[in-house]
Design a protein around this ligand. Structure first.
Ligand code: MG
Ligand code: ZN
Length: 177
């Protein structure tokens, strides 16, 4: 199975320090939706794993998160793409949950759902914690320079072997060409 795991904010859509709290605030990064569609056409199953601590902080509720994801799914469909699943951690940053990245819980949920190990599976993110979660399950860390990626690229804690791409479109060109 060809499986790829994507962070959401800063990878698929523009990030915001103020959180993405409504469908209006969810705006795709140019080329990102087309990149997912391209991956789909080349046989990749594309799954999102996203920390959404704004839920735990009470900034928005689960209904709102669902409407944001509805917008993402519909926008993606218009670009000819689809996601196989969306996994999220709704817990606050100070929570002791096991699913908030850099903890590997979300990725382990994906492993279970898709009944597959994650060794070598590309785990794409713009933050260190995305890559750390990926490495924890023996995935392949892929850093994109969108979102917080430029800053993350300079972090001395960047996992060894991290591959760096300009954006999700560049990842898709690498994996689906
Ligand atoms: Mg991110
Ligand atoms: Zn969690």
């Amino acid at each position: 199975m060809k499986l790829i795991i994507l962070d959401r904010d800063g990878v698929i859509n523009y990030d915001s320090e103020q959180f993405i709290k409504s469908p209006d605030e969810w705006r795709p990064i140019p080329g990102a939706l087309e990149a997912i569609a391209r991956l789909n056409r080349w046989g990749w199953q594309v799954v999102v794993a996203t920390n959404q601590s704004g839920v735990g902080r009470g900034l928005f509720d689960m209904d709102t998160l669902n409407t944001i994801h509805d917008k993402m799914v519909k926008s993606l469909a218009q670009a000819g793409g689809r996601l196989d699943a969306i996994f999220y951690c709704p817990h606050a940053a100070d929570s002791t949950c096991d699913c908030r990245k850099p903890k590997p819980g979300l990725l382990l949920q994906i492993s279970e759902r898709f009944n597959t190990g994650l060794e070598g599976v590309p785990v794409v993110g713009d933050s260190l914690r995305d890559l750390q979660a990926g490495v924890a399950v023996r995935g392949a860390p892929f850093l994109v320079l969108t979102g917080k990626g430029q800053k993350t690229a300079e972090d001395p804690a960047l996992p060894e072997g991290t591959r760096i791409f300009a954006d999700l479109a560049a990842v898709a060109l690498e994996l689906a060409a």
